[in-house]
Write a protein that binds this ligand. Sequence first.
Ligand code: HEC
Ligand code: HEC
Length: 510
Amino acid sequence: MTRRDRVNGVRRLRGAGRVLAAVAWLALGGCTHQGGHVSSREGEPPAIDRVDWGRSVFRFETFRNEWFWSDTLGLAEGLARREVTPNALLAAGLQLDSDKLPSDFRRSDVGIGPYTDPRATRRLIEANAVIGLVARQDRIGVTCVLCHSRADDRFGDGVGRRVDGLPNTRLRVGTLIAWGERSRSYVPFLNLFGLGRGPQVDPAVSAFDGAEALEGAVDAALLSWPPGQADATPDGVGNPTDIPAIWNLTDVGPYDWDGMFAHVGDAHNYFFGVVLDPTTLATPGGRSFLSGVPPPMGDWLGGAYGAVLQAIDPAMERPRVAADRVGGLPFLRSSPRLGFRVNGEDLDALSAYLARVLPPRRDSIDEERVAAGRRVFRQAGCNDCHLESRETTGMIVPIRDLLPGYDPQRIDLVTVPGGSLLDDPRTGYDDRVMAMNAAWRGGEVGYKVPQLVGIGLTAPYLHDGSVSTLEALLSPDRGAFSPHPFYIRHPDERADIEAFLAAWDGRTYP
Ligand code: HEC
Ligand code: HEC
């Protein structure tokens, strides 16, 4: 193993490992053990070692972000001081991998015995049983699967085998972050300008009232994030969005709800380099990334965040994540510049894995219903935007075409003199794209057409989770002035479309 391998704790398959993996693959009939389907495109043999490696990156790779989550944000300390029990983890929506549970947990029913012991939390994390939290010596780091995987519940709610790609719609990400002793180090993602959702936070409050005042305000804002949502954009607008499904991640770009990233590798790099370690933002490279927030707000944000980090630890090495500095000419890039890149081979392996992950198979399919649903889907013009295929049009639909009567106004900000944003104060539907969006790379401002593979499993719907069921999404009861007003009048026809979409598991359908 190289030094980097040891640091990251990711074991890569080389030589003999490759042979073993190929044998295991054959024995499993071409399926990976967590329900992800390995398909071979254009007759190429599946690169099984890279897929395994990518799975391991997705589940366990931190690129050293434990330095952010533990030393800076204080998550390990917070879990210990607050005596967070395994039951409390489950209540916050964290998921437990039943294959990795220590033996006392295996012997116990869910919710009793070791589940009530705060000292057992650490043991669970060290056993890699808490999906998305990993122990590295005394520290705890966070991985992609915290949000992008769930347990299949075979032993109880939140306890079972991993289902990669299924969004964790139960997770209270904000609660987890607020458990940190210094959750104020996550401040760039909150409502700093007073225009988004959730309580407004003024990062300067600590200068007058001390760090405790800022910590309290940040925790209150984090606790207001709804389950299944996180704010993944450091734009000073409080705009948590639904965690999307990560299935069939090939030919379905652009990425993020607003299509901010053209290339999937850039999106992955962003999640490692900003969402899982925002200290990058308070570096010169990160400042160039924040230039995507309209001036002067990006500068203000970078400065205010730098001051918060400085007060936490003046000697802090930034960024905390292990990433290379990247330069290059801005006009040659198709995505926002982050100034840092984590290991490229790991990103490629991750993409290879995520291109192959599909939702669990559907067993009973009523073919007649599905055929009727397909007819309604076509008649209603759904496929003007959503393709009956595993690809997407790659189209970003402007908000005015998704929300009838949308009328944005320029709003001056009190917080940042000279700053202003476009917003229609009558709706929160545009919060996600108020400051950061695909315009950055020359794209439209709006929402991209999402792929519908596995859509029956990922309620609630739309980027802000504002519609709770497929039936509600398609019912004219939502009214003519609601987002995505593409309705099916007859209830039977709505049920047909639902049956059709429920069959989309990326294999037989679409
Ligand atoms: C804290 C929860 C959380 C974690 C952890 C997380 N993500 Fe996400 N992810 C999200 C949210 C929320 C979005 C939607 C962001 C938006 O568009 O507003 C998203 C979107 C994405 C997308 C775009 C999907 C699409 O179809 O457009 C990709 C790709 C992605 N994440 C990959 C990753 C990777 C790789 C990691 C690990 C490095 C990761 N995510 C970690 C919450 C998370
Ligand atoms: C004009 C293009 C367009 C048409 C027509 C259209 N959609 Fe959509 N659809 C979108 C966009 C864009 C989104 C994402 C909106 C958002 O996230 O706020 C979306 C979202 C959805 C979602 C939710 C996806 C998710 O992950 O939350 C479903 C389900 C859906 N559409 C089904 C349909 C059906 C069924 C029809 C036909 C009745 C239809 N759409 C017609 C563009 C369209």
